[in-house]
Design a protein around this ligand. Structure first.
Ligand SMILES: Nc1ncnc2c1ncn2[C@@H]1O[C@H](COP(=O)(O)OP(=O)(O)OP(=O)(O)O)[C@@H](O)[C@H]1O
Ligand SMILES: [Mg+2]
Length: 315
């Protein structure tokens, strides 16, 4: 960030007004692309991307990809594919296999979006069907947070989650500061992650009580003491981010809550992405094997995914 600011200052000092204009334009194009195109689903993204790339004054590379495949690299003044920023997988990972995250272009760009949002204390609501990696993206991001500055707390919503249960979770992660104020340790920010946001029971009035509570906290920064209802507790330095699968639970969550989030849809992983994930895992595993075996990694993955897609798309 600092380098980018210095770059901007230098451009100004050198009187390169055109380059400065291009920089602002590119940031605008990038932000508007995600704001308008981010919520679109599998079917609509390609069409949007085609139009966006043709309208944009900052020309995108012309190699068949979608506009979402690129980020603006201010120091070079060009679009770069997210693939260029993908970290290598940790070869010495020894945690639970189910927690293993293989960095891909998708996890990398979503991590960037989350980072930008957390800086602005604004949440992202990831929407997508089962298995599109929504939870993985957020948990992977949380695993890299610096606990000195940012803390996280994850909670899974289900049909039994009510506002009371949620309030217990929320208050369980904050300490009393001064007077009525509650929050994480001073100087830190706390991100609550609400997985399966739309799962809570919809009551007779069409509302979901935990969702109303979250909206109240975001709008007013308060919860009421349940024993002494006239007592308000102020919540400071916290923010929320969430995931939901509209095919399970209620289709909509209250617009008065969802307006506080940037909506981003998670797409079904493409075959190539699946292959990259599995090939990296298998490569790491077969490293210590004989070369004749480790060389088979790609072929094994290709064969397995072909069988998988055959089964998945069978009528
Ligand atoms: N980049 C990745 N690296 C390794 N595993 C991944 C990656 N992305 C997704 N997965 C795996 O794919 C599976 C589905 O991912 P995840 O649980 O994040 O999906 P989801 O969108 O949250 O689904 P649901 O709506 O059912 O909660 C998980 O087992 C996860 O470990
Ligand atoms: Mg999930």
């Amino acid at each position: 960030m600092k380098t980018q600011l210095e770059h901007l200052k230098r451009l100004r000092e050198e009187g390169k007004e055109e380059d400065v204009k291009q920089l602002y334009e590119a940031f605008f194009v990038f932000a508007a692309m995600w704001a308008l195109g981010g919520p679109l689903d599998d079917d609509d993204k390609p069409g949007f991307s085609k139009h966006w790339m043709s309208y944009s004054r900052i020309k995108y590379p012309d190699n068949g990809g979608q506009c979402f495949d690129y980020y603006w690299e201010p120091l070079e003044g060009t679009w770069r594919p997210w693939e260029d920023r993908v970290r290598a997988m940790d070869p010495h990972y020894d945690g639970l296999f189910s927690n293993l995250v293989v960095p891909t272009a998708e996890t990398t760009r979503q991590r960037f979006l989350l980072e930008v949002h957390v800086k602005a204390s604004k949440g992202i609501l990831y929407v997508g069907s089962a298995g599109t990696g929504k939870t993985t993206i957020v948990r992977d991001y949380f695993s890299t947070l610096d606990p000195e500055t940012t803390l996280s707390a994850a909670t899974n919503f289900n049909s039994y989650t009510d506002s009371k249960a949620l309030q217990v979770v929320v208050m369980g992660h904050v300490d009393r500061r001064a007077g009525r104020a509650y929050g994480p340790a001073p100087g830190k920010k706390l991100i609550y992650f609400m997985d399966d946001l739309n799962m809570p029971y919809v009551d007779g009035y069409g509302t979901q009580s935990p969702i109303c509570l979250v909206r109240q906290i975001i709008d007013h920064g308060i919860v009421y003491d349940r024993e002494h209802l006239d007592e308000q507790k102020l919540l400071q330095d916290i923010m929320f981010t969430a995931c939901m699968n509209p095919k399970a639970g209620s289709f909509h969550v209250d617009g008065r809550l969802s307006r506080h989030f940037t909506l981003v849809s998670c797409l079904t992983a493409e075959r190539e992405i699946l292959k990259t994930i599995y090939a990296q895992i298998l490569d790491a595993h077969l490293k210590t094997f004989d070369k004749s075996i480790s060389e088979m990694s790609l072929k094994l993955v290709a064969a397995t995914t072909t069988v998988f897609w055959g089964v998945a798309t069978a009528p």
